[in-house]
Design a protein around this ligand. Structure first.
Ligand code: DQA
Length: 153
């Protein structure tokens, strides 16, 4: 079955963007590692990144349709700064329920500026994995694989 690893704004700059905060791996490195880890779990990992809120919403809708027809088990989503601003992404995730969306942040947003402490995504996510760097994406894939194996939506 298929899983989408979806990254939001500015995550295309990984590797050169604030490497002290986000690490030296590029987005391509991170996506390749997700595909590899997914293969170990028997999952086909697809990847997408967009700097545009509406494009992220379109991806969620498309994958919600795949989930409804049993072709996908969920989405691993790092919404970047839209985490802290986007009611539209909150509504989109609600709109594709019960497809599980796992929120991932590379950095520990709670140890950073106050404006990063609130998430519009957390209350509609299946769960959130925060502060473990690229490892967080692998933990999220593990969680989705286990949910699917347990017969949870
Ligand atoms: C981020 C945290 C956000 O606050 C920030 O705007 C990002 C990246 C993370 O992965 O740590 O772009 O989502």
């Amino acid at each position: 079955t298929r899983v989408l690893v979806l990254n939001g704004p500015n995550l295309n700059l990984l590797g050169t963007r604030e490497p002290g905060v986000y690490g030296a791996d590029t987005l391509a490195d991170l996506e390749a590692r997700c595909r590899e880890h997914g293969a170990h779990l028997g999952l086909t990992v697809e990847t997408a990144q967009s700097n545009h809120e509406g494009v992220l919403i379109d991806h969620l809708h498309a994958w919600g349709a795949l989930h409804r027809t049993g072709q996908a088990i969920g989405v691993v989503f790092n919404p970047g700064a839209y985490t802290h601003t986007s009611i539209a992404l909150h509504d989109a995730i609600k709109g594709v329920a019960p497809m599980p969306v796992i929120e991932v942040h590379l950095s520990n947003v709670h140890a950073r500026e106050a404006f990063r402490h609130h998430s519009w995504i957390a209350p509609v996510a299946a769960g959130s994995i925060i502060g473990f760097g690229p490892e967080g994406y692998r933990l999220a894939l593990d969680a989705l694989a286990r949910r699917a194996a347990a017969g949870l939506s």
